[in-house]
Design a protein around this ligand. Structure first.
Ligand code: BG6
Length: 483
């Protein structure tokens, strides 16, 4: 179904995010027939460039980031015809009159701030000064949304000076992932799970986001952030909220966000023995494999104490989750790329079998990527005449196998940009949520900074520092394998 006609302005239209995600995503939505005839995309950036040069830039991005099966010459040309480019100076006056002249009345106006947060204020101001934004316009902002509570508050205040909360779309691309949205469907569209979804039946929850990549070319940003700011405060926090929140009364923006906020506010602090930070080591060249740089080499800071891995245990102080630990871990250069949420249920209250050592826990594992799906482990009898021996059987559900091959699963960004045009904020973070997440993270970060702690080293391709194992062993539990 096509969305309403729109003018979408992408500030930072020549940047990396625009090239990798925003523009290829918009092209895919165009192919899917979701862009109405008169939808237009206007890129704005500092560089002087004419329209043809910009279109060539976008054609290259499509060639690089869109699957070959979707690269149709005629369609690409038709998509490029929707694009314009205006060289614009966020801090000066260049380009703003031309931008204004391009905007049409009677269509949705959306402005994507795909630029450094230090420019958000200047852009918001200019949009008003030149009368380009109106009361219905929407702005989209990217993470990082601040680096602590104070800076997030300042950023919120800057945006609030020109826009209402209902106009501000703070992107957390994890919320646009198909399986993340499926979490809500699994929980709230089935009667099977919800009665078990509480401290009475759940032993613990593990949330893992493991990556195989290092910090790549983003060293400068990453070394100032680290895994806590880069992944935990936002993406992992959102996953935790969707798992732990109470059922909203409706699938509607503020109903959902109110419930998420309550979870964040109920999070317990994290003691210093409940957190392990790691940093990947380098690897010398081995047979047939190139040497791999260490984290400190990647970021060009030999003394860096920033973590590229973090594991922590946190609780939620409310009726539903009292006493249930949530174990979170994320890291770069780990053995495999996998994001999953695993809910481990309590053992049956009494065993009628003589199997003291049998592993009798049911686990519901929800895989976000790759191979999106769910696995529920159940205990069954081991086949054969050998008496009553128990074994574990996975009930495996792969979403990809179930959905038809040509099911159109949009990338997170595609979905979210279309939601902006539709005016649906359900999958975007509200200002108070972001602030609450920083209010939780700040004292944890301050505590390790005060202790002057160095992260533990771990080998690339491993599952993280040894000490992270202890975090769970101590509680008589174990991490799931990163495989
Ligand atoms: C980004 C982080 O927000 O998310 C990156 O800044 C991280 O460091 C990325 O690699 C992970 O996203 P995805 O979609 O690849 O899981």
């Amino acid at each position: 179904i096509p969305v309403d006609p729109f003018d979408l302005v992408i500030f930072g239209g020549t940047g990396d995010l625009a090239r990798r995600k925003i523009l290829p995503g918009l092209y895919r939505r165009f192919l899917a027939g979701q862009m109405p005839e008169d939808a237009r995309i206007i890129a704005a950036a500092r560089s002087e460039m004419d329209e043809d040069a910009y279109r060539a830039f976008v054609a290259e991005a499509i060639a690089e980031f869109v699957e070959p099966g979707h690269r149709d010459k005629a369609q690409i040309q038709a998509f490029l015809a929707r694009l314009s480019y205006v060289a614009t100076d966020a801090k000066g006056s260049d380009g703003w009159d031309s931008l204004k002249a391009l905007m049409r009345d009677g269509v949705v106006r959306a402005f994507y701030f795909s630029v450094a947060p230090s420019l958000f204020g200047a852009l918001a101001e200019k949009l008003h000064e030149y009368g380009i934004a109106d009361g219905d316009s929407r702005i989209v902002v990217e993470k990082p949304f601040g680096r602590d509570l104070a800076s997030a508050r300042a950023l919120n205040a800057t945006l609030a000076a020109h826009f209402n909360e209902t106009q501000i779309y703070r992107i957390d691309h994890y919320l646009g992932k198909e399986t993340v949205q499926n979490l809500m469907a699994v929980r709230f569209a089935n009667s099977l799970f919800e009665p078990l979804w509480n401290a009475q039946h759940v032993d613990h929850v593990q949330i893992t986001v493991a990556e195989t990549v290092g910090v790549g070319g983003r060293g400068e940003y990453y070394d100032r952030a680290g895994a806590m700011r880069d992944m935990v405060q936002n993406h992992m926090m959102q996953l935790l909220c969707l798992i732990a929140m109470e059922p909203p009364y409706k699938f509607e923006p503020d109903a959902v966000r109110d419930e998420k906020l309550k979870v964040i506010r109920a999070l317990t602090g994290v003691g210093h023995d409940e957190i392990v930070r790691g940093q990947y080591r380098g690897m010398p060249a081995r047979e047939g494999r190139k040497a791999e740089p260490s984290y400190t080499e990647d970021v060009g800071n030999a003394h860096s104490r920033t973590e590229s891995y973090i594991a922590l245990k946190v609780g939620i102080s409310n009726w539903r989750w009292q006493g249930v630990p949530f174990y979170l871990r994320t890291g770069k250069k780990l053995r495999n790329r996998i994001s999953e949420i695993a809910i481990t249920f309590k053992e049956p209250p009494h065993s009628i079998f003589d199997e003291d050592d049998a592993w009798r826990e049911n686990v519901l594992a929800i895989r976000l990527q790759p191979d999106e799906g769910m696995t529920l482990t159940v205990m069954i009898k081991e086949p054969g005449p050998g008496g009553m021996r128990l074994t574990e059987m996975p009930l495996d559900m792969s979403f990809a196998d179930w959905l038809s091959e040509d099911a159109d699963i949009p990338d997170a960004y595609e979905r979210l940009i279309m939601d902006v045009i539709r005016g649906n904020q359900t999958l975007f973070m509200r200002g108070d949520e972001v602030e609450a997440a920083w209010a939780w993270a700040d004292p944890i970060i301050a505590a390790w900074e005060d202790r002057g702690e160095r992260p533990h080293g771990y080998d690339p391709g491993s599952s993280g520092p040894e000490d992270a194992l202890m975090l769970m062993h101590r509680d008589g539990r174990r991490w799931r394998e990163i495989r």
